[in-house]
Ligand binder design. Structure first.
Ligand SMILES: Nc1ncnc2c1ncn2[C@@H]1O[C@H](COP(=O)(O)OP(=O)(O)OP(=O)(O)O)[C@@H](O)[C@H]1O
Length: 312
């Protein structure tokens, strides 16, 4: 099946001369949740803005549902709902009117029953007659989402959807995203919360300094880059790691000995380590393992990119 969004060689140099995107290639499949991770200034918002036709790329092409965003803007844009990072709603407008107006902008016929469903799913129904400026920050953010969904888009962009929102709203949003996905909506979210990407995404893209460092299925990524730590609580803290254990990459902190191993390697070395520990007379009282998280993966990728840059 053709991807719902196809980004080819996307390049953006701002008028300031700063190049925010250096030829980005990315296909997004219909119905998936893609999380774009990257540090501040990586180019995430620039990517979203280019795909939504809000900024003009200086190179490359973007199609949404087969429509070129530059030459067939209206058709492409009609497929997209965008929840921007910044709160941008008409302050004196009432909530229901805000979403009605948004729907109208896309030439969709009036459908208050649909809008009621959207507002209810965002716990905004009882605020439908409130003015936007009477709402709390979190409520305003919900209105932004309702606006983005008002014209029944097939693709939803969420730019930092949960930045600065409370735990309840975050959980509500995750729930909503799941429901939308179940309806076949494609979702692209940018986030600083790695936990969010880990929880929600089918695929993860890591972007840094305007380049896509990696895009991979989350499960595969966790597996292939996954390292595991074995933590042993020793009965007695040794002064140092015995010389006979020098071949293992061990860390000693008090009576806690940590061994890091590759879960995908043919041999993890755990069995051998246990035998060598016994031979060295080290007894342990407890042990646990910890799978490295997406955060570790992300940090090591961005770090690798920086080291490469220094070396160049
Ligand atoms: N209008 C602009 N003019 C000049 N430079 C810009 C403009 N907008 C963004 N930039 C620069 O382009 C780079 C990418 O910015 P962008 O907002 O896409 O990053 P981001 O990954 O979304 O960051 P954050 O996580 O902080 O939102 C940054 O270096 C930023 O300073």
């Amino acid at each position: 099946m053709a991807p719902i969004i196809s980004i080819k060689g996307l390049q953006k140099t701002y008028d300031s001369g700063h190049t925010a995107l250096h030829g980005l290639d990315l296909d997004i499949e219909e119905g998936e949740i893609l999380a774009l991770l990257g540090p501040n200034g990586a180019g995430k918002t620039t990517t979203i803005s280019a795909v939504c036709g809000l900024i003009r790329p200086t190179g490359g092409t973007v199609t949404v549902g087969g429509h070129n965003i530059a030459t067939d803007y209206r058709a492409a844009r009609a497929m997209i709902g965008l929840v921007p990072q910044e709160i941008s709603i008409e302050p004196f407008e009432r909530v229901m009117n805000t979403v009605r107006f948004s729907r109208g902008l896309f030439g969709k016929r009036k459908d208050d029953a649909y809008l009621e469903k959207v507002l209810r799913s965002l716990s905004l129904w009882d605020k439908k007659d409130s003015r936007n400026n009477e709402l709390s920050g979190g409520m305003k953010r919900r209105v932004l989402i309702a606006k983005a969904l008002s014209h029944e888009p097939r693709v939803l962009f969420l730019d930092e959807p949960t930045a600065g929102v409370d735990v309840n709203l975050r959980k509500d949003m995750w729930q909503l995203v799941r429901e939308l996905r179940a309806d076949g909506v494609t979702i692209i979210l940018t986030t600083h919360y790695i936990e969010e990407a880990e929880e929600m995404a089918d695929r993860i893209g890591v972007i840094d300094k305007g380049r896509l460092l990696l895009v991979e299925e989350k499960d595969k990524l966790m597996k292939s880059l996954g390292r595991k730590e074995l933590v042993l609580e020793l009965a007695k803290a040794p002064d140092a790691i015995p010389a006979s254990l020098a071949g293992y990459e061990l860390e000693l902190e008090g009576n806690r000995l940590t061994y890091t191993f590759d879960t995908t390697a043919e041999s993890t070395g755990v069995t051998r380590l246990m035998a060598d520990l016994a031979a060295a007379g080290l007894k342990f009282t407890d042990l646990s393992t910890r799978q490295s998280s997406l955060e570790d993966v992300f940090l090591s990728l961005v770090d690798e990119g920086q080291q490469k840059e220094v070396a160049q």
